[in-house]
Write a new protein. Sequence first.
Length: 236
Amino acid sequence: MFEHLIESQPKKERSLGQTIASVVLHVVLVFGAVKATQGAAEQVAKILQDTTAMFIKPPEPPPPPPPDRPPPDVIVSNNPPPQGFQTIMPPDKIPTEIPPVNLNEKFDAKDFSGKGVEGGIARGIIGGTGPVGEIVSGETFTQDQVDDPVAYISGADPVFPPALRAAGLGGRVTLQFVVGTDGRVEASSVKVMSSTNKQFEEPAIAAIRRARFKPAKMRGQPVRQLVQQAIAFEIT
């Protein structure tokens, strides 16, 4: 009964067309794989060429700060008198009457020390060539050049910024300005030299513009003076 085995799935012979199609399909796959590999190699070569290492020179260190000099907007005497001494010339004729007294003229013994340039004054500037006996109208002087410097008379306190007061932060602003012969601050001359917080600057400027000063005097005549004033904002 079981002398003959039964095939469950008998094999089928491939036709010529199927064989040719299989060969063509394999050839196309191999050709595509070669082309794909070749393109990838070229792309990798391009990437390697574009990633050449570049060494960038580090930036040069900043130059050292210049020596301390007056800022360019500082207004000073354009032609200050020389530093030196005055000479006393005896009169040709002995006066018979008492000469008139000039109350605006001041005597300074330092002007007759014999030191420096003849014809100069003790409070003059080394190398100065300006006039000694006259004051040029509108000229501005520093505190060291005047006989009687500017003095503060009155003014309103600066407004403390509410946000900084609430945070408990105080500060300080240093201003530079010119006080005119009338004792008022020339508004256009006010400059901020330093401040601990930008929010303090405007209140400080507004306060100094409202301030009143006793004008500086030179040989009894009111003159303009350059002033630097610090304004403190303190938590009380």
